[in-house]
Design a binder for this molecule. Sequence first.
Ligand code: NAD
Length: 418
Amino acid sequence: MEKENGQTALSVALEQLEIAAEKLKLEPSIHEMLKSPKRSLIVSITIKMDDGKWATFSGCRVQHIDARGPFKGGIRYHPNVSLDEVTALSMWMTWKCAVVDIPYGGAKGGVCCNPKEMSKGELERLTRRYTSLILDVIGPYRDVPAPDVYTDAQTMAWIMDTYSQFKGYSVPECVTGKPISIGGSEGRTEATSLGVVTCAREAAKHLGLKLKGATVAVQGFGNVGWNAAKIAFDMGCKIVAVSDSTGGIYCSKGFNPYKIYEHKSKTGSVVDYKGCENITNKELLETKCEILIPAALESQITKTNASKIKAKIVSEGANGPTTPEADEILFEKGAVLIPDILANSGGVTASYFEWVQNLTREHWTLEDANRKLENKMVKAFDDVYKIAKKERSDMRTAALILGVGRVADAIKTLGLWP
Ligand code: NAD
């Protein structure tokens, strides 16, 4: 998908790598190695549609760098999926796993399809056939897929079953984000949002901003957005604005997001909630608030609106919601932007916990899983914050320095075979 100034996700990812490489004074040979994925597998997936006709979809699995451990990353079903986009997403996964210090390398998969127009049966056949085509490159010690845009716990269950049928025994550790009944982890659904809000809370401490009563606006009211609004509300924040694809609502006095969830469940949208003013998604981003959580799409905060953002803290729930030009504008304004590779890393961390539980045949309590997640997130936030202070840089540059640096160290320590 094209961004500001003709930039694509891949050109942004490579530009970010360039910045980190320069700051780290990375050897050109390592920099060169990090620019491309270790393996990209392109597949053609032919399935029988409900009307009896055959249809062919293109898909891929891109594995970036596995110096720190097996590959890990989601599978996306979307009409805009392209090899370039999936490659960029696999690179971000590499840095994200390194920033939060979990033993994985980055990967991503995608199938170019429109899941909204497909039946459950068609999606199941697509998932099973795609799994069979990438079977040789995935596995518990090779590459562990997870959900991403328009794939969910059910999709992961189909992947686990297909993989297990080929192996001849049950292999729950081959995929994460599964339903609890077949080895999923407690708290996985809320984990990304818990991480997003925990990072905002840590940033607030540094800014001397009291979380109790702090005003929060959330763009997107899906899995990440709704859970982030709920967790922030439960921590004592005042939720003043939320939005979804149909528009947004604002109320300076604040509102209860649980009530908005009920309202959206009944009406299909957050708009037209009594006592709130309807606003556009553009207005939501520019709304008067202390904490802004973009949790919908990419490229929402751009050079056009960055100067109008009033929030002191921006915690990125979505992947890539801020463009590089907007990063600079926000940094100059003194806003603290917690980048996606740190802020939303709670999701992959909970996936890692699921994998560990599956490998050890254990099942942790929700309290255990959340406590471990909190520890990981706070440590990662502190590590990035310290680098940002030392380098006088924004948090995104600091997170990239940390992530790319850890991956480069692992590559150098392993050495080159043959
Ligand atoms: P979702 O599909 O559950 O929710 C997306 C929300 O965004 C929906 O409420 C939708 O109505 C809204 N939306 C769509 N278009 C919009 C628009 N133009 N303006 C405002 N809102 C709009 O998806 P999700 O799982 O919550 O993921 C959201 C983002 O978070 C994505 O970028 C995803 O890659 C990222 N992310 C998700 C996870 C996770 O664990 N789910 C982990 C890491 C990153």
